[in-house]
Design a protein around this ligand. Structure first.
Ligand code: AHM
Ligand code: MG
Length: 341
């Protein structure tokens, strides 16, 4: 039996692009290094007494957990030191970090947005958490970063991925030519190719939503949720309801088994709860590359023009047929509203 490590895989991919200088390879290696460190910390969390809250709140007004701070530090550090990035932005910092102005290490052309530890409110309960990352190339050619660098849509991502710290730790990523998944073998400290050319089933039988928000959802979403519960053998309904409350874990399950995840607008979050730049865009990129779909309900996530770093959006993501069904409900309700107007 032969294994292929992430490093070997990246090097092999690079040989298909003789003009590539290896910058991107180094960037992915930095992400993989930080992921291994966070894996180590997540796994010894109870032992090292680093579980629990730090007592600070981050810029979104949410309590920061200790491991959030660790993960943010390790990813920032690895990405800054690798010398291939010009801009880093994390969920945990109000402003992105312009490395061109910092002048500490070498800089490169990549802009990286990341959520260092998504689902961190679950840490104390030993539930899976994850890191999500999104990589762009700056479009301005020289000098300081420009408006056009920050307003690239998700389609312009050169790569995106996530790490899930679950029953095993996996790194899943895409550079726009399909999706590959690697499982960490802790005994050799390497991510090994375990899920080549991942494809999400076109339909699934799982829906994933925080249904306690039901009364805050639009009529279209309420009707879709009723549809999920209806009994219909031909379409495998009722679907099963599964909600972990860790986006990476919910997304990953649906990627492997088929299914849909929804975090629509609510009264509390009128523009959705999840963040475009480092939660929705990277997962939308992975979903599309795996043959799935990601939508706000009436627009592809990857077509949204960003206007601020911590922008939120509603998110409907997963198996293509299931996402399109929700879009159909939304369109029908919007047509009905127009005809009554
Ligand atoms: P976080 O980035 O602060 O961890 O919040 C994002 C998380 C997602 O992982 C998850 O899908 C969602 O928030 C759960 O929200 P809720 O508790 O409202 O269902
Ligand atoms: Mg998050």
């Amino acid at each position: 039996m032969s294994i292929q490590t992430l490093e070997q895989f990246i090097t092999e991919q690079q040989t298909h692009f003789p003009q590539a200088k290896g910058d991107f390879t180094k960037l992915l290696q930095a992400i993989s290094l930080a992921a291994k460190i966070v894996h180590r910390e997540v796994n010894k969390a109870g032992l090292a007494d680093i579980l629990g809250k730090l007592g600070n709140t981050n810029i979104q007004g949410e309590e920061q957990q200790k491991l959030d701070v660790f993960a943010d530090h390790y990813f920032m550090d690895a990405l800054e030191k690798v010398g291939e990035c010009c801009y880093l932005a994390s969920e945990e910092h109000e402003d992105g970090i312009n490395l061109l102005k910092k002048n500490k290490y070498a800089v490169g052309k990549y802009m990286v947005y990341f959520d260092p530890l998504d689902g961190s409110s679950n840490i104390d309960a030993n539930v899976s958490v994850g890191t999500i990352f999104s990589i762009y190339r700056r479009v301005s050619s020289e000098g300081d970063l420009q408006h056009i660098d920050f307003t690239q849509t998700g389609r312009k991502q050169v790569a995106a991925g996530y790490i899930i710290y679950g029953s095993s730790t996996m790194l899943v990523y895409s550079t726009g030519t399909g999706v590959n998944g690697f499982t960490l073998d802790p005994s050799i400290g390497e991510f090994c190719l375990s899920h080549p050319e991942l494809k999400i089933p076109e339909s699934g039988k799982t829906y994933s939503v925080n249904e306690s928000n039901y009364n805050q959802f639009s009529m279209a979403i309420k009707q879709y949720l009723q549809f999920c519960k209806e009994i219909d053998q031909d379409t495998n309904r009722p679907y099963s309801s599964r909600y972990i409350g860790s986006l990476v874990a919910d997304f990953h399950r649906n990627l492997i088994q088929g299914g849909i995840f929804l975090y629509p607008d609510t009264f509390q979050y009128p523009n959705g709860k999840l963040r475009l730049m480092y939660e929705c865009n990277p997962l939308a990129f992975i979903a599309e590359q795996a043959g799935g779909k990601a939508s706000t309900g009436d627009q592809c996530i990857l077509d949204i023009i960003p206007h601020k770093l911590h922008q939120r959006t509603s998110l409907i993501i997963g198996s293509k047929n299931m996402v399109e069904k929700v879009e159909q409900f939304i369109l029908e309700y919007s047509n009905m509203e127009h005809s009554f107007a």
